[in-house]
Design a binder for this molecule. Structure first.
Ligand SMILES: Cc1ncc(COP(=O)(O)O)c(C=O)c1O
Length: 389
């Protein structure tokens, strides 16, 4: 029997929702005006852009003038960090972040170090949490920015952003959060947490790739990284990508409206998956046992020494199942997921990591099929790792 593809890598990207597609399609064919043009076709596009801004602002509990459109999470993170450093350097040159951030933050921090900023990366606890106490101890008189993610992309652990943000604000330090994995999946109201800057990316919540937003709390105004025609109130030049922005707004609005109901269903599937995978001997769940994203579960497998989690990914792919190893490939080598190393997993165990991330489109039958196949696949991979095999 031919099995349908099972897509269980929704932390990498998600399929576009019907609502997002319906919002986008007419904007490619009939509503294609340039929002800066003064004739009606352009003004219609402008209206659509501003309606999208209102939807994104409402979903985040922000004001319309606090939302700036971007090309996605990487740009949002770069923009937030460079912008604060550019504007606040006269006050100090120290930034605090964590060892478990996405490379969009970590690589940007490296660039800032090359420009004379000093960076402290807080270590996570074994369960992936970052503590407000550690943050308080790290803040110095010259600290200008704290950047800590809302939810981790490898383990799914949700961090105590409200508490961490309060710790930064006690010392009048700005707080940015990379909410790319959290937006559309858990509540991230900016007034509730108090964050100053926040990054989201559409393709993680059933919107299109290449669209995102940066929230910057009034009176903060992001310093531009892209110069030209003065779009986005002079903060990000370039003709706005109206179709993708409208798709993002529709996807986010839908995700927030259906969040509770979706999460009940998704987390039940996730818990079934976790129970089934942990029944395989020598398997461990990574990250915090309770404070985790509804759809994400990540495991390590003992006895896979010498075998990458990537082998499991390939073996599952042969069965039509898409999951991820959480490892980052660079030229000629595979790096184990950095957050797992930071959490104290050894190189070998971290290399065996497997991340399964579910969405509202997954079914119980799909989880059952993964659970039916995985024990045999782990066994095959374990045997392949033994000397003389
Ligand atoms: C936590 C986190 N931040 C940033 C990004 C980058 O987002 P984008 O792919 O939209 O550039 C990702 C994507 O995987 C992510 O998981």
């Amino acid at each position: 029997m031919e099995h349908k593809l099972i897509y269980a890598d929704n932390s990498a990207t998600t399929p576009v929702s019907r609502a997002a597609l319906d919002a986008m399609l007419p904007l490619f064919s009939t509503g294609y005006g340039n929002p800066s043009a003064i004739y009606s076709l352009g003004q219609e596009a402008k209206k659509c852009l501003e309606a999208s801004r209102r939807k994104v602002a409402a979903a985040l509990g922000a004001r319309n003038n606090e939302i700036f459109f971007t090309s996605g999470g990487t740009e949002g993170d770069n923009w937030a960090l460079f912008s604060v450093c550019e504007q606040y350097a006269p006050r100090g040159r120290h930034i605090i972040s964590t060892q478990i951030e996405h490379s969009a933050v970590l690589r940007t921090l490296e660039k800032l170090e090359e420009r004379g900023f000093e960076v402290t990366l807080l270590p996570p606890a074994e369960n992936g949490m970052v503590s407000a106490g550690d943050l308080r101890r790290a803040i110095r008189a010259d600290t200008i920015l704290v950047s800590i993610m809302t939810a981790n992309n490898v383990t799914g652990t949700i961090l105590p952003i409200k508490e961490l943000c309060a710790a930064a604000h006690e010392r009048r330090v700005l707080f940015h959060t990379d909410a790319v994995q959290a937006a559309g999946h858990i509540p991230i109201g900016v007034r509730e947490t108090g964050v100053d800057l926040l990054t989201i990316s559409a393709h993680k919540f059933h919107g299109p790739k290449g669209a995102g937003a940066l929230y910057a709390r009034v009176p903060l105004i992001p310093f531009p990284l892209i110069f030209g025609g003065g779009q986005e109130k002079g903060r990000r030049s370039g003709t706005e990508n109206v179709p993708l922005i409208a798709g993002m707004a529709a996807a986010l609005e839908e995700a927030v409206q259906n969040m509770e109901e979706n999460n009940r269903r998704i987390s039940a599937l996730r818990d079934r998956l976790i129970a089934g995978v942990l029944a395989i001997p020598g398997t461990r769940l990574t990250g915090h046992p309770e404070e985790r994203l509804p759809g994400l579960a990540s495991f390590v497998f003992e006895g896979l020494e010498g075998v990458e989690g990537q082998n499991l990914v390939v073996l599952l792919d042969r069965e039509g199942i898409c999951v991820s190893s959480g490892s980052a490939c660079s030229v000629g080598s595979v790096n184990p997921p950095a957050p797992l190393l930071a959490m104290g997993y050894g190189q070998k165990l971290a290399r065996s990591a497997l991340r399964v991330s579910l969405s509202v489109y997954n079914t119980g039958d799909e989880v059952d099929r993964i659970l039916a196949l995985l024990p045999g696949i782990v066994e095959t991979a374990r045997n392949a790792g033994r000397p003389g095999f």
